[in-house]
Write a protein that binds this ligand. Structure first.
Ligand SMILES: [Fe+2]
Length: 457
């Protein structure tokens, strides 16, 4: 295919223009560069429309590859087929345009990502950061793909490797602190993560990623009341007209569930998650809340059926990213086992069983984690709870390898608890519940599971 040529047409004129952090730009149009700067801030803040800003940049300098390369990488971070196809088109167009060496290196990274080689893409972005530690786009893309690959080490260390080359007066500095805060949290450094996230918000209070990082700290420390106050007190900074709001609403629902306020969690789902179905990232969070409610005994079958239809109707069902596929399967299971649903569930499983059709990164994640989990969940669906518990036990402790956060992957442990109890393994359920006692011994949710275990025993 023509867009996988090795070199962008030319290395671009030495224009002398630099972005706000001193990175050389391959354009002589200050207006185009201004649009790119707006796009970068939009990408980092999730406010505004970065794709529109990048299109404006491309319109102002049609010969400049960089806006299209950025657009391609951004589309790839959405983690599903159709945006990835659009990304391939953008790279095809970019391959005919002019770029400087840094921008060409970005092209190579985005090309690796579009081929499904996410590890290679992160390696290439990392090499860029060695020479250009203030290249915030390289940092952001690598950070997001670190998240998708479950690379907690680099979620923390990658921002650490560049932060000394930044300074507070540089535009977008606060967002680097926000990324570091999230990396610290996923690495279990909760105190540092909270401090770093709050520092990011001192620079820029409208940083939903930093708000989210501190939210995770509250989640992991069992501080659900603090978490609810945190999110509600800062709602103006993340909940309105923000592209990441759905995920912070997911966390708001988790806090409700920790206090066993299932009605409030369901209300969050109905008001904020059910209407957000365009992106797989959104459907993942909606599915996760419904599944947790189902585990707590609520009948959410009707909601699952509606949500499943969005999973089912969005083109190729599976095979792009195993983490999404597992959530799609949960929605199918939650929607019930009637004939039509079983057909789509079986086709989803078939797609997941053909990981050779995808890039190497998802091939690894699907074969090592996604498929074994899918088999365990399929056992759960046919009420083979002993088989489900055994399958979940085999995969749970290495499931970080298919991405997501600790908070998101907790759905596996909760399902395992339920399967253990339903298969008469109260001792196993008690054993697993003990993990929650360090941080969440006194929460209503832990009490709920303790009661179920006591009743089963
Ligand atoms: Fe999160």
């Amino acid at each position: 295919m023509g867009y996988f040529i090795d070199d962008i047409a030319s290395a671009g004129a030495a224009t002398g223009l630099k972005d706000a952090r001193g990175c050389a730009a391959g354009t002589s149009s200050a207006v185009a560069l201004g649009h790119v700067e707006a796009a970068l801030e939009s990408m980092l803040s999730y406010f505004g429309d970065p794709l529109q800003a990048l299109d404006e940049a491309a319109r102002c300098d049609p010969g400049w590859a960089w806006p299209r390369v950025l657009k391609a990488a951004l589309l790839l971070t959405l983690g599903e087929y159709e945006p990835a196809r659009q990304a391939a088109d953008e790279l095809a167009a970019a391959s005919q345009l002019s770029a400087n060496p840094r921008e060409r290196a970005h092209f190579a990274a985005a090309r690796a990502a579009v081929q499904g080689e996410w590890e290679t893409a992160c390696d290439l972005w990392e090499r860029l950061l060695v020479e250009h530690p203030r290249d915030v786009a390289a940092l952001l893309f690598a950070h997001l793909f670190d998240f998708y690959r479950g690379d907690a080490l680099n979620l923390r260390r990658r921002p650490e490797r560049v932060l000394p080359q930044w300074s507070p007066e540089l535009p977008l500095y606060g967002y680097v602190l926000g990324m570091h805060a999230f990396g610290l949290e996923e690495a279990g450094h909760y105190g540092q993560a909270e401090d770093r996230g709050r520092a990011a918000l001192e620079v820029n209070r409208r940083d939903p990623w930093a708000i989210h990082a501190v939210t995770h700290v509250f989640e992991m420390q069992g501080r659900h009341e603090d978490g609810t106050r945190w999110l509600s007190g800062r709602a103006a900074d993340w909940a309105i007209d923000n592209g990441f709001a759905f995920h912070n609403w997911f966390h708001a629902a988790l806090f409700h569930l920790e206090r066993m306020d299932t009605a409030a969690a369901l209300s969050v789902y109905d008001e904020h998650l059910a209407p957000a179905t365009d992106m797989a990232l959104q459907r993942v969070d909606g599915t996760a809340i419904l599944w947790r409610l189902k585990l707590l005994g609520m009948d959410v079958t009707g909601r699952f059926r509606r949500l499943r239809s969005f999973w089912h109707d969005r083109g190729p069902a599976a095979g792009f990213y195993a983490f999404n596929d597992v959530h799609s399967l949960l929605a199918h299971i939650g929607a019930g086992d009637e004939d039509g649903l079983a057909d789509s569930r079986d086709s989803l499983l078939a797609c997941m069983a053909m990981p050779e059709s995808c890039g190497s990164s998802n091939r690894r994640m699907a074969s090592q984690i996604g498929l074994p989990l899918a088999r365990a969940l399929a056992a759960y669906a046919r009420k083979d709870f002993a088989g489900a518990a055994e399958g979940l036990l085999q995969v749970r402790d290495r499931a970080h390898g298919f991405g997501g956060s600790h908070a998101q992957r907790d759905i596996l442990t909760l399902t395992l608890l339920d399967a253990a109890l339903r298969s008469g393994q109260a001792a196993l359920a008690r054993h697993l519940l003990n993990e929650r006692h360090e941080a969440k011994a006194g929460t209503a949710l832990t009490g709920h599971w303790r009661q179920r275990i006591a009743a089963a025993a």
